[in-house]
Ligand binder design. Structure first.
Ligand code: NAD
Ligand code: ZN
Length: 255
């Protein structure tokens, strides 16, 4: 049973979202946590004793592509067993009922699209894309549920066009974001009147800056995160709950 204060905050968030002209939602790893995908900064974020920030960099890839690929291939294999959770589904409902809705995600797991979200900007790329380090050819890989775990599972992919080594189609720490993604996210953050920030530690830039930017353009800022973040003191409403519970209640108020 939620406290009176939380129930009131959820009612208020529901009203703000219902009457919004343009809702922009910024999501991070926390929204996928309840699907079983570890966040980078939470428990279970370590991989072979290393922090993801040590592996998700161009330097790490140049030094040891095998190890970096092993990290990403393990995350791809994990995707075969995960599904969108009620938080992802609630955002689909919110989008369907909204006048205008833009989802900006830092996640690379594709779960928003799988759930059925339509207007999604993937700021940090897509873990199912391979990109050639030489000719930049891209291809989308299919998750094969029947693939045996150990069959060539950690083999580095090579480009079908030029045979150079390929890399995961994600944005690594220290790399620039795709300009089109920045441009679309910036426009949405400028135009929106409600900015809903869900499950992000708000420390990765420029992603977090879209929330601050929206606020400085007079959007109402609502944060859903069991923990406080550097954004919390700027928010109009901080709902300290897990995203599946909070978003389900906001999307379908009787839930
Ligand atoms: P983060 O790991 O830095 O922070 C996760 C945040 O989610 C924390 O603030 C935590 O309190 C919150 N959280 C945890 N469980 C939650 C829940 N059930 N409901 C709501 N909030 C919850 O993640 P970030 O801010 O997205 O930044 C990390 C970077 O790592 C991003 O650039 C992203 O690309 C990448 N990443 C992506 C995935 C993914 O695609 N699923 C997973 C891990 C990391
Ligand atoms: Zn190539």
């Amino acid at each position: 049973m939620l406290s009176e204060e939380l129930q009131r905050d959820i009612r208020q968030a529901t009203q703000i979202i219902r009457s919004a002209r343009h809702i922009c939602c910024l999501t991070g790893a926390g929204i996928s946590a309840e699907s079983g995908i570890p966040t980078f900064r939470g428990d279970g974020g370590l991989w072979n004793g290393k922090r993801p920030e040590e592996l998700a960099t161009p330097e790490a890839f140049n030094q040891n592509p095998q190890e970096v690929w092993a990290f990403y291939l393990a995350r791809r294999r994990k995707l075969k067993t995960v599904k969108p959770n009620p938080g992802h589904h609630a955002l689909v409902t919110i989008e369907q009922n909204a006048n205008k809705f833009t989802l900006i995600t830092q996640n690379v797991d594709g779960l928003h699209a799988t759930a059925g979200s339509q207007n999604v900007i993937c700021l940090h790329g897509d873990i199912l894309i391979d990109r050639c380090t030489h000719c930049h050819h891209q291809r989308r890989v299919k998750l094969d549920p029947d693939e045996h775990k150990n069959t060539n599972s950690d083999k580095i992919p090579h480009c079908p066009l030029c045979n150079a080594i390929m890399r995961p189609g994600v944005v690594w720490f220290g790399e620039s974001l795709p300009p089109e993604a920045i441009q679309s996210a910036h426009s949405a953050a400028t135009d929106c009147d409600v900015m809903l920030v869900v499950g992000t530690s708000a420390v990765v830039q420029p992603a977090a800056s879209f929330a601050t930017w929206a606020k400085s353009n007079h959007a109402t800022l609502i944060e859903i995160n069991p923990e406080s973040t550097p954004l919390t003191h700027e928010t109009d409403l901080h709902i300290p709950l897990k995203s599946a519970q909070a978003l389900s209640k906001i999307a379908t108020p009787q839930a």
